[in-house]
Design a binder for this molecule. Structure first.
Ligand SMILES: *Cc1c(COP(=O)(O)O)cnc(C)c1O
Length: 398
C-alpha cells in the first residue's frame, strides 16, 4: 500500500499552486526578455512585472509604486532594517522589536547591535502578545524604527498591529511638534499575507515584508512594501531596477508567480480560512480528548486560522516529528531554522512556557490542500506515538 503523505508544515513553506506554475512557465522559456530592454522582448516581461506589482499592491491596498520585489522575506527584513538604520543614522540609533520575531529580524538586530545600534526586545505575555504600554515605555528620542511581526510563525499569534500603528501615529504627531524625527513602523507580514486581511493604510505601517513561497507561490521571491517618503538606503546597488532601490535583473518568472499567488489567495482567503479554522479546532479537540497533559501554546482565537502549536509534556518534539514522519505526516517544532538543535524555541521561552513543555512542542500548520481526512488520520496516529515516547521518557511518571 502506498502511504499517503500528509503535509502539516505550511508555515515552513507551501506547495506551489498549479495555476501559479502555469502562469510562470512561459517566462522560463519563450518570454525571456530583460525587463529593462527597450525592444518587444523586454516590453513583454516589463509588462508582466508591472502587472504582478499591481496584484500584490491590490491585496494590501498599497500604492503600486511602494512595492519593491526582493528575493523573499529574509531580504525584505534585512533591507528594511539595515536600510532605515543607515539612512537615519544622524537622527537616532535605537530600534524596538520583539523577542518573538523570526530569525530574519533577530539576527539582523544582532548584527546591527554589533555596529553600535541599540536594540530593545519587547517581552510578551503568556500567549505571546506584546503590550502597547511596554512599547510606549521603550520609546526614546533616539528611536528610529519599531519592527513588530504581524503574526508569529511558530504560534500563529496575531500582534495588535493596527493599535500599534495608531499609537505611533499619535506619538509621531507629538514628536513633530517637538522637532523630533519620525519613528518608522515596520511589520514582518510573511505569515499573514493571504491569511488575514491587510490594509497598509489602516494599519498605518511604513514598511512590510512578504514572501512568495508561504502563499503557494515560488521560492526565492518576495516583496518589501515601503511607503513613499520613508528614508531608506537601497539594499543592492548596481542598476536602475526597482526605482534604483533594489538593483539586479528581475526574477521575472518568480515575480509573475508571486503576483498570481497574491491574486489567488486574495480571492480564496475567506473560504480557506473558514475551512482551516474548522480543521484546526478539530485537530486540537481530537488530540486533547485522546492525550493527557497537552497544552496549547498561544490562543485559538487571536491566531492565524492555520496554526496550532501544542506541547506534549514529558517528551521531546524531535521524537514526535521523527515518528510522525515515519507515518508520512510532516510537522515541525517551532521554526525550521532552529530545529536540529535541542534548544527550546525562543518564542516559547519569551512566553514563559514551562521548559518541560517547551521541549515537547509541535507546530501543526495547515494549508488549503489539507482535508478532513488528513486531520482524522493525524488524530488517530499521534496518541500511540506520544504514549510510546512517554514510556521511554525518564521524566514521565506513569
Ligand atoms: C518564512 C519567514 C520569513 C523568511 O522568508 P523567506 O522568503 O523564506 O526568506 C520571514 N519571516 C517570517 C515570519 C517567516 O515565516
Amino acid at each position: 500500500m502506498i502511504q499517503k503523505k500528509i503535509y502539516l508544515d505550511n508555515n515552513a513553506t507551501t506547495p506551489i499552486d498549479k495555476r501559479v506554475l502555469e502562469k510562470m512557465m512561459p517566462f522560463l522559456s519563450e518570454k525571456f526578455g530583460n525587463a529593462s530592454s527597450l525592444h518587444s522582448f523586454g516590453q513583454e516581461t516589463r509588462e508582466a512585472v508591472e502587472h504582478a506589482r499591481g496584484q500584490i499592491a491590490k491585496i494590501i491596498s498599497a500604492d503600486k509604486q511602494d512595492i519593491y520585489f526582493t528575493s523573499g522575506g529574509t531580504e525584505s527584513n534585512n533591507w528594511i532594517l539595515k536600510g532605515t538604520v543607515s539612512a537615519n543614522k544622524t537622527k537616532g540609533n535605537h530600534i524596538i522589536t520583539t523577542s518573538i520575531e523570526h530569525p530574519a529580524i533577530l539576527d539582523v538586530c544582532k548584527f546591527l547591535s554589533k555596529q553600535g545600534i541599540q536594540i530593545t526586545y519587547l517581552p510578551t505575555n503568556e500567549v505571546g502578545l506584546i503590550t502597547l504600554t511596554d512599547l510606549k515605555n521603550a520609546i526614546k528620542d533616539e528611536t528610529i524604527l519599531v519592527s513588530v511581526m504581524t503574526a508569529n510563525n511558530e504560534t500563529g499569534i496575531i500582534e495588535p498591529i493596527k493599535e500599534i500603528g495608531e499609537m505611533l501615529a499619535n506619538i509621531n504627531f507629538e514628536r513633530e511638534k517637538q522637532n523630533l524625527h519620525r519613528i518608522y513602523f515596520h511589520s514582518d507580514a510573511v505569515q499573514t499575507l493571504g491569511r488575514e486581511y491587510i490594509n497598509v493604510n489602516e494599519l498605518k505601517v511604513d514598511a512590510m515584508s512578504f514572501s512568495g513561497h508561504k502563499i503557494y507561490g515560488p521560492k526565492g521571491v518576495g516583496a518589501a512594501y515601503i511607503r513613499k517618503g520613508t528614508r531608506i538606503f537601497p539594499f543592492l546597488n548596481g542598476g536602475h531596477q526597482e526605482s534604483f532601490r533594489r538593483a539586479g535583473t528581475e526574477n521575472v518568472a518568480g515575480i509573475v508567480g508571486f503576483g498570481e499567488a497574491c491574486e489567488i489567495v486574495g480571492q480564496e482567503m475567506y473560504v480557506t480560512n473558514e475551512k482551516l479554522k474548522k480543521l484546526k479546532i478539530k485537530l486540537y479537540n481530537g488530540l486533547k480528548e485522546k492525550i493527557k497533559d497537552i497544552y496549547l501554546n498561544g490562543d485559538l482565537e487571536i491566531s492565524l486560522s492555520n496554526t496550532l502549536n501544542i506541547s506534549f509534556k514529558y517528551i521531546e518534539g524531535e521524537g514526535i516529528i521523527l515518528f510522525l514522519n515515519k507515518e508520512g505526516i510532516a510537522v515541525s517544532s517551532g521554526s525550521a531554522c532552529t530545529s536540529g538543535s535541542l534548544d527550546v524555541s525562543h518564542v516559547l521561552k519569551a512566553m514563559n512556557t514551562d521548559i518541560i513543555c517547551a521541549q515537547g512542542s509541535i507546530r501543526f500548520s495547515l494549508g488549503k490542500f489539507n482535508t478532513e481526512e488528513d486531520i482524522n488520520h493525524t488524530i488517530q496516529v499521534l496518541p500511540p506515538i506520544v504514549q510510546r515516547l512517554r514510556q521511554m521518557s525518564p521524566i514521565y511518571k506513569k
